[in-house]
Structure formats: structure tokens, C-alpha cells
Design a binder for this molecule. Structure first.
Ligand SMILES: *Cc1c(COP(=O)(O)O)cnc(C)c1O
Length: 433
């Protein structure tokens, strides 16, 4: 019997180990940083060590630690002097921060639909959005799968655009053998506690090979003023913020980074195995991984397809039923974003900085409002998506094959073995609507 109808759940309450896994090495690293962090001076050693280690891991020439992924992305946009009047292409389905980093620089995000197989920005739909004002493409490695950088760089080279990688969900993944963090001309990654490389709380990482952009990023990080290694002038040369990372967070992330290759391997193996186990389960579409890439499953997105079991109902009712039934089995599936980013109020009402900025500040081309229905693939994904992953349903170690087999068993139970009960449940959700 389905657990939602009183049966025994497939998963025990303690079946899933939370992310990140904290080891004695992590504890020692944080305690050591505690003793090294006073007196305060900048940059603190633990921050510098994290930067050096991330530069080495990612293969980027320069890495700068920041206090969030959002900050690191803003540093990337601001470092290239993108500003009023400029347009930046952003995938329509991503986390908000991939687009607000453009607004933060007073430039205009222009959204591009995503690819139906990879869920990343669709290179074949980019050129139709390029105008003389376009300066950059923000490529997001969504869910833990790198975007298609060969195609993106070919377009960028042709139109003289900058490629900014949002690698916030994908540390440890690779594209044609190259690591996330150096797949664009600049990158911003997140160290938020849920992410594949975690600072436990908050943090971010900026990278580039370009010396000038590196120098600019350092000024954006710190009041527009100091550049490391020089005497502080107390003279702001550009707009700057205070994006500096906490030393204890840096030490924790640095310690986790030592294990990132091993942890990413476990994530990939787990997610690939589950995706394979769910192939052929009716009513659900597991993610696929293109040749040449690895996927680290920050999210494991499963798209619900009631049509596949001949159900002619509102997709939302089916999604609610699948979610409720699987959650009762102990699988903590959840929705993620319900609409593409341009559908959010900030964009629909063009709030930005207020009074029309940046859209009608005088520098931008006149902008028509964002059409929330102009992104068919992104809209469809947002309607159908349920995700596993993140912090409470992690694909990272110590979770392994035992958990993946339990997840798979629960999906089979709900969608295949007890399909009639699932249909009943769907009808109840549809009637309640
Ligand atoms: C988490 C995330 C960010 C923002 O990172 P924070 O550290 O939370 O500020 C940006 N882009 C994507 C795709 C993310 O998932």
C-alpha cells in the first residue's frame, strides 16, 4: 500500500545524510582559522588559501573569494564595466541571482529560452536576441550540468561578447575535461551551505584569467578602493561594496575543497545511477547527461508527464500527487521555481532600481515588457519539475547506492506498482483545485 494511504514508507527517517558532510578535518580547519583570524588584517590567510586552492582547482589564473555567489556574480559583471545601456543574455530558467547581477550593474537582462534536453541556455536561440547593445552571455550550469560552452564561445567570438559562467550549482562538474569555474571568461560560484562546495553558511568565488578584470573585481569587493599588495589610498576609484568573505567560512570551504573531486565523483555516480534506474518509469522524465560532460546533481530534476500514463489532467494536479505520494514514502521531493525568472514581479513590473531604471534610464534602448509566455521550454520545465538534491536530499557522500536504490524503489512503487492509487490521488488534487 502507498505510504500516503497508510502503508509502510520505503525510506526510514534517517535514510538520508544531510549535506554537507562535516568531518574532523573540517573541524580542525575551522579551529585553526579561529586562532589565526586575530588581529584582523586583510586579506586573512584563510581567505588567501581558499583563493589559491580554487584557482588551482578551476585552472583560472585569478580567484577572489566573496561573501556570496550573488556577490561573486556581481563582481564578474561589474569587473567588465558592463553598465547603463548594455544588454546581457541570461537563461530564462535559472536562479534569480543570475539575472539580478545584471540589474545591479544598471544593465538590462535579456532572457533566452533553455534547451529541452539539458535545461541550460539554448545556443540556437541566442543570436536572435543579440543587438548592438549586447555585451555578454551569462551561462548557468543549472542543476550541476555545465552549459554548452563550445557553442557559446563560438557565438561570443563571432559577436565579440563576454561569457560569464554562473557555476553556483556545479562545482566539481566538468565540460570536455575542463572544470566548472573556468569555462567562461569570468565566473561566479556560490559557497552557500547547500551548494556542491559549501562554506557551511554563505560565501562565493570569482575567477578570471584577465588581469584587468581581476583588479576591477578586487575593487568591487572592497569599497572601490584598495588593490591587494598596494598601500591603501582611501580613495574610491569605482563603485565598490564590501563583499569580503568570513575567515571561518573560508577555512571550512578550503577543507571541503580538498575532498571536492572525491565528493563530485560520488554525486555523479549516484545521480547517473538513479537517472538510469528511473528510465522507463511511466509518468516521470529523469535528467540526461550529454557526452563530454559530467553532472554533479546539485539538483536531480525529475519532470512529471501525466500524458505518458494516458492521464488527461492538469499537470499541476499530477505534480502535487507525485510529490505528496513520494514524500510520504520518505523521498523529500520539492518544486523549485514555478515560473521562468522574467515572470517574477521584479521583471514583470520592471521595478529594478525604481522609476524605470535601468530599463528607461535614458541609456537603454526602449524596452518592451518581458513577455512571460515567450519562453516555452522554460515554462514547461517550471510546470513539470520536481527536484531532489540540495541539503536535505543530498546526492553527496556519505549517501550512496543504498539510498539511490531506495529512491528508485519509491519511484517505482508510486508511479508503476500503484499507478491506480496515484491516479485516484491526482483526481482528488484536481477536484480540490
Ligand atoms: C545559489 C545560486 C546563486 C547565488 O548564490 P548565493 O551564494 O546564494 O548568493 C546564483 N546562481 C545560481 C544558479 C544559484 O543556484
Amino acid at each position: 500500500m502507498l505510504a500516503i494511504n497508510g502503508g509502510t514508507p520505503v525510506l526510514d527517517e534517517d535514510a538520508i545524510a544531510p549535506w554537507p558532510e562535516v568531518t574532523d578535518a573540517d573541524r580542525d580547519a575551522v579551529l585553526r582559522a579561529l586562532d589565526r583570524s586575530t588581529p584582523w588584517r586583510w586579506p586573512l590567510e584563510d581567505v588567501q588559501e581558499l583563493e589559491a586552492a580554487w584557482a588551482e582547482h578551476s585552472g583560472a589564473r585569478f580567484a577572489v573569494a566573496a561573501n556570496s555567489g550573488t556577490a561573486a556574480l556581481h563582481m564578474a559583471v561589474a569587473a567588465t564595466s558592463i553598465g547603463p545601456g548594455d544588454e546581457v543574455l541570461v537563461p530564462a530558467d535559472t536562479f534569480l541571482a543570475s539575472a539580478t547581477c545584471v540589474l545591479q550593474a544598471n544593465a538590462v537582462p535579456v532572457f533566452v529560452d533553455v534547451d529541452p534536453a539539458t535545461y541550460n541556455i539554448d545556443p540556437t536561440k541566442i543570436e536572435q536576441h543579440i543587438t548592438p547593445r549586447t555585451r555578454a552571455i551569462i551561462a548557468v550550469d543549472l542543476n550541476g550540468l555545465p552549459a554548452d560552452y563550445d557553442a557559446l564561445h563560438a557565438i561570443a567570438d563571432k559577436h565579440d561578447l563576454i561569457v560569464i559562467e554562473d557555476g553556483a550549482q556545479a562545482h566539481g562538474a566538468t565540460y570536455r575535461g575542463r572544470p566548472v569555474g573556468s569555462l567562461g571568461h569570468l565566473a561566479g560560484c556560490s559557497l552557500n551551505g547547500s551548494k556542491c562546495l559549501s562554506a557551511l553558511s554563505e560565501g562565493g568565488l570569482f575567477t578570471t584569467d584577465n588581469e584587468r578584470w581581476h583588479q576591477n573585481a578586487l575593487r568591487v569587493l572592497m569599497f572601490g578602493d584598495e588593490i591587494r599588495g598596494k598601500t591603501r589610498e582611501y580613495n574610491a576609484r569605482i563603485m565598490g561594496w564590501n563583499y569580503r568573505l568570513h575567515s571561518l567560512a573560508a577555512a571550512f570551504a578550503r577543507s571541503q575543497l580538498e575532498r571536492l573531486p572525491a565528493m563530485s565523483q560520488v554525486r555523479s555516480t549516484n545521480g547517473d545511477y538513479l537517472a538510469k534506474s528511473l528510465m522507463g518509469v511511466p509518468g516521470i522524465r529523469p535528467p540526461t547527461v550529454p557526452d563530454g560532460s559530467t553532472h554533479v546533481y546539485f539538483f536531480f530534476p525529475a519532470l512529471v508527464e501525466p500524458e505518458a500514463i494516458g492521464l488527461d489532467v492538469d499537470v499541476e494536479a499530477f505534480r502535487l500527487a507525485v510529490k505528496a505520494a513520494l514524500r510520504a514514502e520518505g523521498v523529500p521531493l520539492d518544486e523549485w521555481q514555478r515560473v521562468p525568472v522574467p515572470g517574477q514581479t521584479l521583471f514583470q513590473e520592471m521595478r529594478g532600481y525604481g522609476r524605470g531604471c535601468p530599463w528607461t534610464c535614458g541609456h537603454s534602448a526602449t524596452q518592451t515588457p518581458y513577455d512571460p509566455d515567450a519562453y516555452d521550454v522554460a515554462t514547461d520545465i517550471c510546470r513539470r519539475r520536481l527536484v531532489l538534491g540540495s541539503s536535505t536530499s543530498s546526492f553527496g557522500p556519505p549517501n550512496g547506492m543504498r539510498l539511490m536504490n531506495e529512491y528508485a524503489e519509491a519511484f517505482h512503487k508510486v508511479l508503476a506498482e500503484h499507478q491506480a492509487d496515484l491516479v485516484d490521488l491526482t483526481m482528488r488534487f484536481a477536484a480540490a483545485d
